[in-house]
Design a protein around this ligand. Structure first.
Ligand SMILES: N[C@@H](CCC(=O)N[C@@H](CS)C(=O)NCC(=O)O)C(=O)O
Length: 216
């Protein structure tokens, strides 16, 4: 098989790429990386020195593609079934990329700051940083909510922006409930019902016990 995805089923950024692969029905070899295993981490670092996933390896083209958004771009470029994930119209394409970037920067990354706090040892906690991160996630919701055209972020077409939105909203909802943002709650519910997303969530389920905010 030409494509290998280095990933972990619980990893939020990996979800962005996985949703695109499943949505476009593109076959690939799944290669789960255990970053907690020094040998596995070292082997993965030979593929991508930052050892951050997801990373797509395309043996047929001799290409290694890091970064979740760029993986989706690569699929859209090379696989007709994925082409609509990045709209060909320049204005629509720019808007999908903008949404992807805004969601990552102003929801996904601040949320990861909240999770990191849970993993920090006693004596190294940063409650001020967490409060700031919580405020940023709320600002991110405020920013994104009016930009969701519906039913999907860009309207009728499922795109890169939706692949980015699911992991960010799904996980951030555990820290800052979407209940005060009904438009985003409805959007998240639609995303969860999409078969590609449902598959990603089902595959993550056995690992959810390791998600620090799962039980409050
Ligand atoms: N900007 C990157 C972020 C990738 C990223 O931070 N992945 C996390 C998992 S969600 C990771 O590999 N963390 C392991 C580490 O930082 O050691 C992308 O979009 O792919």
């Amino acid at each position: 098989m030409s494509l290998t995805l280095y990933y972990h089923p619980l990893s939020s950024f990996c979800w962005k790429s996985l949703i695109a692969l499943y949505d476009a029905d593109i076959p690939f070899e799944p290669r789960i990386v255990n970053l907690g295993d020094p040998d596995d981490r070292a082997a993965f670092a030979k593929v991508w020195p930052l050892a951050k996933f997801p990373v797509l390896r395309d043996e047929a083209r001799g290409q290694t593609i890091p970064e979740s958004s760029i993986v989706v771009e690569y699929l859209a470029q090379h696989y007709p079934s994925a082409a609509s994930l990045v709209p060909a119209d320049p204005d629509a394409g720019r808007q999908a990329r903008l949404l992807d970037r805004l969601i990552d920067s102003y929801i996904h990354l601040p949320f990861q700051g909240i999770v990191s706090e849970r993993l920090r040892p006693e004596g190294e906690k940063d409650p001020f940083g967490v409060e700031q991160a919580r405020g940023k996630v709320g600002q991110g919701y405020d920013l994104i909510a009016p930009m969701i055209a519906g039913p999907w972020a860009m309207g009728e077409t499922f795109t890169l922006a939706d692949c980015a939105a699911l992991p960010a909203l799904y996980y951030a909802d555990y820290a800052i409930s979407l209940d005060a943002w009904p438009k985003l709650r409805g959007y998240l519910d639609r995303l969860k019902a999409r078969p590609s997303v449902a598959r990603v969530l089902a595959e993550a389920e056995p690992f959810f016990q390791y998600f620090p905010l799962k039980n409050g």
